[in-house]
Design a protein around this ligand. Structure first.
Ligand code: TXA
Ligand code: MG
Length: 313
């Protein structure tokens, strides 16, 4: 098992020696490596069992670091990053040659984000290099929001997990591709689309598909628990699956294994609980998990996206 601790110097040394570290961010935990070290990046793909066509997000701690990786930022991209960085926003930008093709899966663009978690920012600053980090879960499984989640699945393959506690947002970053005319949401995430309304450009949403994903993370089946996961009307599903465990938005159903995302119907709280509860239910005694969608507003759209993809097979 990995060592779980708060020694940022040690984590930075591992990164600079070409190793991998579990890194807390405000969204989910990342599997971090030096983005400029091809061998280390290759190890990310190996440890995650991630297909090489699925590019990584590069994390930066300063605008200087951003400009070392990407070029040609349009006004819209600049406005968005001034407003939302550090935070749960990833921008798709034109890459510079310094970024290994392996990181971007051969694309001419690179995904960049400045995380808000103080430990992530310190780790990037101390290592002095941009950090590539996908979510620290085996490919296709639910993302981790606590150090123990990372340890359980990847702990035997990495030396160190930085313990930054429970992720405040609990759902991955929102990924945008922006031009001066259009803000294209490639992945719904921790930044509510409502917050984009004041910005210039028409907001559009990429649809996900299993055959021709716009972004590889848009594969229909993703974030999937190992158990059968069914989304629908809970009252009907409870009849259909009398034994099933329940993931409900606001209501506790007694007599069954039941997790409630937010008793007070708060979508921010629901997002922060979502992946932890999905993992707990996956480890429970029931063979089937039934769940309901949440109101499709604000962060609710990202939550529903994850629920629907978890239920796709
Ligand atoms: O919140 C997050 O974004 C977390 C934390 C660790 O920062 N990271 C994360 O990474 O969710 P990952 O690898 O699980 O998802 C990254 C997704 C990829 O699946 C891919 O779809 C998209 O980002 N992506 C990366 N580079 C891209 C590019 N050049 N063009 C389009 N999409 C890209
Ligand atoms: Mg992921």
């Amino acid at each position: 098992m990995a060592v779980i601790g708060q020694d940022i110097d040690q984590a930075a040394r591992i990164i600079l020696n070409g190793g991998l570290v579990g890194m807390p961010t405000e969204t989910v935990y990342g599997l971090a490596a030096n983005a400029l070290d091809e061998k280390a990046v290759l190890d990310i793909f190996k440890v995650k069992r991630r297909p090489s066509f699925d590019p990584l997000i590069v994390h930066v701690a300063s605008l200087e670091m951003l400009h070392s990786l990407a070029t040609g930022l349009n006004d819209s991209a600049q406005e968005l990053l001034y407003r939302f960085w550090p935070g749960p926003l990833t921008l798709i930008l034109k890459k510079k040659n310094i970024v290994p093709d392996l990181v971007t899966s051969g694309h001419s663009t690179v995904a960049v984000r400045m995380p808000k978690h103080p430990m992530a920012l310190k780790l990037i600053e101390k290592s002095g290099v941009p950090i590539a980090a996908p979510s620290a879960n085996p490919f296709g499984y639910v993302s981790p929001t606590r150090p123990s989640h990372v340890d359980k699945q990847l702990g035997d393959q990495i030396p160190y997990i930085l313990d930054g506690g429970k992720c405040a947002i609990g759902i991955e970053s929102t990924i945008l591709e922006v031009s001066d005319e259009e803000i294209k949401v490639l992945r719904l995430g921790g930044l509510s689309p409502d917050l984009l309304l004041p910005f210039k450009g028409k907001i559009t949403f990429a649809s996900f598909s299993s055959s021709n994903p716009v972004a590889p993370g848009m594969l229909t089946s993703h974030y999937s628990p190992k158990k059968k996961f069914v989304v629908g009307n809970l009252i009907q599903l409870m009849e259909q699956y009398p034994e099933a465990a329940i993931l409900s938005y606001t209501t506790f159903y007694p007599g069954r294994e039941c997790y409630v995302l937010s008793k007070k119907a708060d979508l921010t709280e629901a997002a922060s609980n979502l992946f932890h509860f999905m993992r707990s239910l996956d480890e429970g005694n029931n063979e089937v998990i039934i769940a309901e969608l949440v109101p499709p507003e604000g962060l609710g759209r990202a939550i529903n996206d994850r629920l629907l993809r978890a239920s796709a097979s």
